[in-house]
Design a protein around this ligand. Sequence first.
Ligand SMILES: Cc1cc2nc3c(=O)[nH]c(=O)nc-3n(C[C@H](O)[C@H](O)[C@H](O)COP(=O)(O)OP(=O)(O)OC[C@H]3O[C@@H](n4cnc5c(N)ncnc54)[C@H](O)[C@@H]3O)c2cc1C
Length: 248
Amino acid sequence: MTLLSTRSDGFIDLAPADYRATVLCTLQMTPTIWSIHLVLEGEKEFNFLPGQSVWPRFERDGQVFTKIYSIASCPSLCPEIELCISRVGWSSNYMCDLKPGDTIDLRGSYGMMTLDAVPKQDIVYVAEGSGIAPIKSHIEWLFQQENPPNVWLFYGGEDPSEIAYHALWKDLASHNLKFRYIPLVMARAGEEFEQGRPEQAVREFIKKTDSLLLDICAVESRVDEIKEALLAYGFNSESVRTERFCSF
Ligand SMILES: Cc1cc2nc3c(=O)[nH]c(=O)nc-3n(C[C@H](O)[C@H](O)[C@H](O)COP(=O)(O)OP(=O)(O)OC[C@H]3O[C@@H](n4cnc5c(N)ncnc54)[C@H](O)[C@@H]3O)c2cc1C
């Protein structure tokens, strides 16, 4: 099934446009990561592919600038979207401090690490921290489809404060044999989490790499480390995609 044919009119206009987003609610999911629910209104209906992002516009010291945030929810919820944001600096704090009813202008949707159809191959996802955002959108969309592939989620952080949606992933894994969830932290944190980096765990859990797709999302400094380790392990470079969280 392709995403582009799931609406009754058979066509989704994905060209970016301007929207006004109103905050529905915000939720502190971990000591460092927030979930922000928005509803978007604009001249054009808002649509996106799993894995795409929006650019909120900010004003600070009289200067207008934008930052990009991946959409963490499934396209079927449009015009509502969820963002998943780590508090690391001025813009992310601004977003996490928004209150229900606040509005912010944004433009979207944009992005390359997307899904527009259910892949025939099985997929390995590797995420760290808020890098889970686009991958959550992928996974939620895949498991709404009739015949999803097998999906592995290797999700890492320094400690449990960098692991969001832990209960959601555990629940999905317990109800769906096609989904496997391997949470990892560097600090010792009890039996729920493996200890180590996701790229090490992939080598332990995945023995045959040649027919697998691999999508990686983390902060910029970690993406290349993860990618290089997994290419060296045997993943096919043509089957690997990355999304780098960096500041522009
Ligand atoms: C394609 C794309 C999608 C993105 N999607 C998300 C998202 O869904 N959620 C999200 O939280 N951020 C996301 N980011 C990062 C986001 O755009 C901002 O760069 C981030 O919020 C930092 O901006 P700031 O003004 O708060 O802090 P800044 O002062 O600009 O940055 C502070 C420091 O934090 C680092 N940093 C940036 N993002 C993160 C992060 N997520 N986790 C840890 N450290 C970080 C920066 O490299 C910098 O060293 C995305 C970036 C890109 C390029």
